[in-house]
Design a protein around this ligand. Structure first.
Ligand SMILES: *Cc1c(COP(=O)(O)O)cnc(C)c1O
Length: 357
């Protein structure tokens, strides 16, 4: 069993039961190790089928959508989504809410698209979500990042215009109910809320497949390839998909997305409340845009930095240091992080305030 409280941003904690079952399968999966099993074996094809079926079930994916597991992470997803959504305008709208959005914009340009940045929070180091956006009609699609893992902001209402919507949901997929029908492409690296690093989940409206106007569309980057081959075009990341499937089973058995969403809101409320009432700390983002997955905060008095770092390290907390572009602290409280771990952090912050004020 893990003995530390892992608030890391990713790869991140998964349920202990999932770790245990995954480790059993490393030693014995139908008489082989899951690490040596053929991806074309009936046993693994069944795993892939169940993983896809579970994604559809827990997210209420409507008919007409394809669920695929690719590789390359969300970072390749930036390029894949832009290439596959290239339409007659060769122009796309992007909302720039941080590092990952900026990288997505760069890849859209690499895909040969003209990019219109319809909103950006770069003026305040991405500590808020831009509002009142005008979504142009002459763009092939609108891309946004639902949760900004590094800065700790999250869209509380998704943008909606008359053009297709594409979303990088890497760090909040499966954490809250969503309406998949609003999107043409949702993509997410597995390692935040789904499973071990390696697989990248794509949920794609089937009617967009094969319609790309991109002049350069390599076989692997064409989503139709993976749809037609049911995620078996080449060797898929077998272990990542297997453990993702176990985690989805676990999520379903525990009440699915609606149940975990309630717990996620409760965890975030407990932590943000402490940040607001504790005299030594302050939140790092606009209050109305606070992420329920990545909670960013700062010490008001930086001279206490060494003392606070010592305190949480000694308490067995890991991964609390903020991203270098933001500083301060970031508590990632993904689905699998138990409420009891949030309570450990909150108690530590309280004790630290008592000892230092
Ligand atoms: C982690 C993360 C990425 C990068 O994912 P990779 O799988 O490492 O490429 C992209 N977008 C968001 C929102 C992330 O949280």
């Amino acid at each position: 069993m893990s003995t530390k409280y892992n608030f890391g941003a990713g790869p991140c904690i998964l349920p202990q039961e999932v770790f245990k079952e995954a480790s059993n399968a490393v030693l014995n999966f139908n008489g082989l190790s899951i690490l040596e099993v053929s991806h074309r074996s009936p046993e693994f094809v069944a795993v892939m089928d169940e993983a896809i079926a579970l994604v559809k079930e827990v997210l209420n994916v409507p008919a007409g959508y394809s669920v695929m597991f690719l590789q390359g992470g969300a970072s390749l997803g930036f390029l894949i989504s832009a290439l596959n959504m290239s339409g007659k305008n060769k122009k796309a709208a992007y909302i720039n809410t941080g590092t990952w959005s900026s990288k997505a914009i760069k890849e859209a340009k690499n895909a040969g698209l003209e990019v219109v940045e319809i909103g950006s929070s770069e003026d305040k180091n991405f500590n808020y979500i831009p509002k009142d956006l005008t979504i142009p009609n002459d763009c092939d699609f609108l891309h946004f990042t639902s949760n900004n893992t590094i800065f700790g902001t999250q869209f509380k209402a998704f943008p909606k215009g008359d053009i297709p919507l594409v979303c990088d949901m890497s760090s909040d997929i499966f954490s809250q109910e969503i309406n998949v029908a609003d999107f043409d492409i949702i993509y997410a690296g597995a390692q935040k809320n789904l499973g071990p690093a390696g697989a990248t989940l794509f949920i794609v409206k089937e009617s967009i497949l094969g319609n790309s106007t991109a002049e350069w569309l390599p076989t692997y980057l064409n989503l139709k390839t993976h749809h037609d081959k049911e995620s078996m075009f080449n060797t898929p990341p077998v272990f990542s998909i297997y453990v993702s499937m176990l985690n989805l089973r676990h999520l379903k058995q525990n009440g699915g997305v609606p149940a975990i969403e309630k717990i996620n809101i409760e965890k975030a409320n407990i932590l943000y409340t402490e940040i607001d009432v504790n005299p030594l700390f302050e939140g790092a983002t606009a209050v109305e845009d606070r992420s329920n997955m990545n909670v960013t905060f700062k010490l008001k008095n930086e001279s206490l930095t060494d003392a606070f770092n010592k305190a949480w390290n000694e308490a067995g907390i890991v991964g609390l240091k903020g991203h270098r572009s933001v500083g301060g602290y970031r508590a990632s409280i993904y689905n699998a992080l138990p409420l009891s771990s949030v309570q450990v952090l909150v108690n530590l912050m309280r004790d630290f305030a008592k000892a230092n004020s």
